[in-house]
Design a binder for this molecule. Sequence first.
Ligand SMILES: Cc1ncc(COP(=O)(O)O)c(C=O)c1O
Length: 307
Amino acid sequence: MPSLQAVVFVNGTITRAQDAVVPVFDHGFLYGEGVYETLRTYGGQPFLFHPHMERLRNSARLMRLDVPYDDAQMLQHIDATTAAYVRHFGPVGEIYIRILLTRGVGGLTYAPDACPAPTLVIIVKAFPFPASDSFSKGIRVSLVSVRRNHPDALNPAIKSNNLLNNALAMQEALRHGGDEALMQNQAGHVVECSQSNFFIVKDGQVATAPLAAGLLPGITRAFVIDLAREMDLIVSEVDYSPADVFAADEAFITGTTREVTPVIAVDEHLIGDGTPGQVTLRLLEAFRRSLPTADTRTSGSGRRTDY
Ligand SMILES: Cc1ncc(COP(=O)(O)O)c(C=O)c1O
């Protein structure tokens, strides 16, 4: 196994990554039955922790999985895992946190009562900062043929460990030189990317697909929509097509690890003049200005609470 500089909590046992073990009969492994969240810290504090926990609970509810931990217990486990990271690898700046909750260990059946207890895994590692020129120069995305899961088949609102749809999309994008995969739903509307939400800007107005189109309700998406409206920008959640993207003045993605990242091209189509747009850069600046300096653990979700 490659040496992974990470520390992992598995149901209360904390080890280095190479020693972390989940049984083969865990339904997370067998069937991809589980949910997850990715968080990062700013100033050492998990950002928008409560909205992430709320989304984890919602994902779990949509697959009828109990989350037998409250937010305070989850934070204690994150803290213990982070402390172990520091013991193993020394002081760390910002960290990446991935929480996974699976159906747990059980026999070879889909019956949920085969699994008496869910498995909780928390992965902690140093935060892998994106290249700084992804913010200053922007990224290229590729419009892929893989459609986002239809909500009636596997609802993209479930942040599920079953990431085959996302992985196939991203792998197609990588083959075409894209840094992200832009995806459509079955109706041909642009919904989101494989690991981020997608926005366009036209005539100074911001647009993104509505949740009903079938996409993950991104925590950063909601945060940025609030931020844009506070800046008196018009933000609409509307269906739009690839042609609207090609005709846009600007485009950007949002995500926990990508903040607000300008998109300068979709395959061979330049967006606007092929450089990061002014509205996008203003939003990125506002996003960075709004990052908490206070302890977000005691002040809920920082400045915003409605998610
Ligand atoms: C499919 C998908 N859409 C959007 C996002 C962005 O969500 P968030 O802002 O909560 O990180 C992610 C994040 O991993 C994702 O996997």
